[in-house]
Design a protein around this ligand. Structure first.
Ligand code: HEC
Ligand code: HEC
Length: 242
């Protein structure tokens, strides 16, 4: 009798331990769906170092893979918002810039100058508006020939290599621009309320250097295009009737 009770008690204890283990597992191990969402977020917000591509033995394929990794930064809203067809976009949803502003001849705005609002540094204007107004001494829209919105990464790659469209830059100057330019640097210091570009600017510089060292090959021109709400404006969706 005493043995039976001892047996029951120990079975009960074992059951409790098993139940507790199961509950703990259910709480800590993410479901497969959650795990794949987390993996996707990690993939989008992180940047692999250039050395991670050394295992790709085919030089051309390695070059393309390196540019594709750098493409995570290039196509990120922090960069692409300022490389539109015509007018800048804002935020991670790449909505049209409000108020509507025009590029102007020098990229600093026509009529309403960028510098009327964008000063030399990020500024938080306070109140309940938690997004800072982006700022940088060189704040201006990239020239139309350097537009990335509405283009695939392969098309952007070809354009970045083309001195007729990249501002007359050599590949070495493109690398330097990506690696140390202070306006490009804003992408990793975008101010409160805005996500930074993936990785670091130094890592981007290394990826671009390794891409050049492997022959600066471009991905195929097809594929997904960088979203552009700007094009909707161009299509007349938001055009005022004058
Ligand atoms: C505030 C607007 C703005 C932002 C934000 C911005 N750029 Fe630019 N970008 C420019 C302007 C203006 C130029 C032209 C500069 C020049 O000719 O010296 C330019 C030119 C470039 C070029 C020269 C070649 C070409 O064909 O485009 C590269 C490369 C570039 N930017 C990379 C980046 C990257 C990477 C980011 C994000 C980390 C970024 N930019 C964010 C405005 C911006
Ligand atoms: C009347 C004020 C004003 C003017 C003029 C102005 N901006 Fe802005 N801009 C803002 C404000 C405010 C924000 C932040 C809004 C937000 O992110 O919700 C902003 C955000 C942006 C962003 C988005 C940054 C990001 O990645 O989210 C870009 C790019 C930009 N402006 C470029 C320009 C350029 C280029 C010009 C000149 C051609 C210009 N702006 C003129 C007020 C202005």
């Amino acid at each position: 009798m005493r043995h039976a009770r001892a047996l029951l008690l120990s079975l009960g204890a074992a059951g409790l331990v098993a139940a507790a283990t199961l509950t703990a597992q259910a709480q800590t191990a993410p479901s497969q769906a959650a795990a794949s969402v987390l993996a996707e977020m990690e993939e989008r917000t992180s940047l692999k170092p250039a050395t991670a591509f050394n295992t790709i033995t085919d030089k051309n394929a390695r070059s393309v893979a390196l540019f594709q990794e750098a493409g995570k930064v290039i196509t990120h809203p922090r960069c692409a918002n300022c490389h539109p067809v015509d007018r800048p976009t804002q935020g991670d949803d790449r909505r049209p810039h409000m108020p509507v502003v025009a590029r102007g001849g020098d990229g600093h705005g026509e009529g309403l100058q960028c510098a009327s609002c964008h000063t030399a540094k990020n500024v938080w204007v306070g109140g309940t508006y938690i997004v800072t107004i982006p700022g940088n001494p060189k704040w201006a829209l990239a020239p139309a020939s350097m537009a990335w919105q509405g283009k695939s990464l392969g098309e952007i790659c070809a354009q970045i290599k083309d001195p007729a469209r990249n501002g007359g830059k050599t590949l070495a100057q493109i690398q330097e621009h990506m690696a140390v330019d202070e306006l490009v640097a804003w992408g990793w210091n975008p101010g409160l309320g805005r996500a930074a570009a993936p990785g670091t600017q130094a890592q981007l510089g290394e990826l671009i250097q390794a891409w050049i060292d492997t022959g600066a090959s471009c991905p195929a021109p097809g594929g997904a295009k960088v979203p552009s709400h700007d094009l909707k404006i161009e299509a007349g969706a938001l055009k005022p009737k004058i």
